[in-house]
Design a protein around this ligand. Structure first.
Ligand code: FEO
Length: 157
């Protein structure tokens, strides 16, 4: 009887772990799309990098993997911001300077986070990831939405 109970408990635990590991931190769906293919394609990839980081943390990956995954997320954040800023400035979007300042402030924050993780001052925790998630989702759903009608009027797809 006892060995059976042990197996059942282990299976239940394993199922819970599998469920947690398969849950994305951010679900990519229509609610987060801005409606411009160019931007949505990049946002989906950006979300993917945050989810990769989340999965690596849940899987208990070591510092090397977490730092590499964080670096990839930071790099892609900069790539996406640069591309988005180019689109806004090329078409003469009036909110460009304000939007770029928001990007710059976030980049400064993630670079500081990366520096602190590299220096072992902090780890990649749920709290850190939730802050990244909240910033990213809010930015896409609120700040990025502002330029959408303007860019659409310029023929951006
Ligand atoms: Fe899609 Fe302003 O970042």
């Amino acid at each position: 009887m006892l060995p059976d109970m042990g197996i059942k408990l282990d299976l239940r635990f394993a199922t819970q772990v599998l469920c947690i590991k398969s849950m994305a931190l951010i679900t990519w769906d229509d609610s987060i799309k801005v409606g411009l293919w160019t931007i949505d394609t990049q946002h989906e990839r950006w979300v993917g990098f945050i989810n990769d980081l989340h999965e690596a943390m849940l899987a208990g990956k070591g510092k090397t993997v977490l730092r590499k995954t964080l670096a990839a997320m930071v790099d892609y954040t900069r790539t996406h911001f640069a591309d988005e800023e180019k689109l806004m400035s090329t078409h003469g979007y009036s909110g460009y300077a304000e939007h770029k300042a928001i990007h710059d402030a976030f980049v400064a924050q993630v670079l500081d986070l990366q520096r602190r993780v590299q220096a072992d001052e902090i780890g990649v925790s749920r709290e850190v990831l939730n802050r990244l998630k909240n910033w990213l989702v809010n930015h896409i759903k609120v700040t990025d939405q502002d330029y959408v009608p303007f860019l659409k009027s310029k023929g951006v797809l």
